[in-house]
Ligand binder design. Structure first.
Ligand SMILES: [Zn+2]
Length: 374
């Protein structure tokens, strides 16, 4: 993972000697020991690049540091499965289920591995396995609960704020050179400070400085923090220099309009820099099986949340309200919670760009977001 590599480089650079000296006693927070989370995240990245042996090592370190992490055990199961060590994979998945009985994914993996031979996933007509049926029933029950409680019962307590782009990826750039990545990072910080002042909502940032995080890792961070809202902040851009205003998006398979599809295509364009994921023929795409059950629920809830959010957000918004739309945003796809993406103003519009440079204007945007959340 880029982040942890940076940390290691940084540690090498300043040298342990200095840290061990007086600086350590005065600034204990300077010591960035790798945490269980870091190792698990590293393991996840290694699995994505099919380096299963290395992934196992990283995940065992994660488990050593935090033996209660069902996430790390689930990943370890996947790493062993990738190596073809099915018995060890099942053992790890069982551990994950013991730690978190709601871990349908690991339960499903156990069933799939212990079935012989591993069946191919067929296109349609395939009858649902007992666990799939169970997961479907759970999903229906959850959806019914949401329906019966009516609208706006969703209480946000933990939020992960994602500053769009970063590092080599500037995002959209304004006529005078203002970069989307810088505005989004500053807005994320301002929003976090404000939320911490208010004190009701705990918030976390996906990135705290000017570096790049792959789109999928941003959602991993939100999932790991067990946030109940993921909010990705962006600034829009358009070939039409007059386009202005603010839009709220949620994830859907099909874009709600051509414009929504265009916005998603731009925000997804950085995907080409993320680690390639190759499907192996004859293998079941486990992620997809699990995801099929979960996505509808999270996306429905995201749409509901986005509309409620927008109703309040727009009353304090210092920009034209362009409404709620949906499209296939990769940064939102795998969030296991309601997730929205804000396109706040158009950096391509010189009036918007000039306003977005001002701290006071950014504070007004934060006012509006906080209003949307309350
Ligand atoms: Zn963006």
């Amino acid at each position: 993972m880029k982040n942890s590599t940076d940390r290691r480089l940084f540690l090498n650079w300043i040298g342990w000697g200095i840290l061990a000296g007086s600086a350590l006693s005065f600034f204990p927070s300077l010591v960035w020991a790798k945490t269980a989370f870091d190792y698990a995240l590293e393991g996840q990245g290694l699995i994505a690049s099919k380096e299963y042996r290395k992934a196992c090592k990283a995940l065992q370190k994660a488990i050593h540091l935090d033996p209660t992490s069902d996430w790390a055990y689930g990943l370890l199961g996947r790493a062993y499965y990738g190596l073809g060590e099915k018995a060890k994979a099942v053992e790890a998945f069982r551990k994950a289920v013991r730690l978190n009985p709601a871990d349908t994914y690991s339960r499903m993996m156990i069933e799939i591995i212990t079935q012989k031979p591993v069946p191919r996933l067929e296109k349609k007509e395939r009858p649902l396995a007992p666990l799939e049926q169970e997961a479907k029933a759970e999903e229906e029950a959850m959806l019914n609960r949401v329906r019966s409680t009516g609208s706006l019962t969703y209480q946000v307590n933990r939020i992960v704020i994602d500053a769009g782009h970063g590092g080599f990826d500037p995002g959209a750039v304004g006529p005078t050179g203002l970069k989307e990545k810088d505005v989004t990072l500053d807005l994320a910080w301002r929003l976090q400070r404000r939320l911490s002042d208010i004190g009701k909502i705990k918030s976390f940032l996906t990135r705290t400085q000017d570096y790049y995080i792959p789109l999928s890792d941003r959602t991993v961070i939100a999932n790991q923090h067990q946030a109940d809202l993921f909010i990705s902040i962006h600034i829009n851009a358009n070939n039409n220099p007059k386009a202005h205003g603010s839009e709220t998006y949620y994830c859907s398979e099909k874009a709600s309009s051509k414009e929504a599809a265009r916005v998603a295509a731009f925000e997804n364009s950085v995907l080409k820099y993320d680690k390639p994921f190759k499907k192996k023929l004859g293998y079941i795409d486990i992620e997809e099986i699990l995801f099929r059950f979960e996505q509808r629920m999270y996306w429905n809830e995201s749409g509901r949340f986005a509309r409620t959010f927008q109703k309040r957000f727009r009353t304090a918004l210092p920009l034209k309200d362009r409404g709620v739309h949906s499209a296939n945003f990769f940064v939102l796809r795998r969030a296991k919670m309601p997730s929205i993406l804000l396109e706040i103003g158009f950096i391509s519009n010189s009036d918007d760009e000039a306003r977005l440079k001002r701290g006071k204007f950014r504070e007004k945007i934060v006012d509006a977001v906080v209003k949307g959340l309350s």
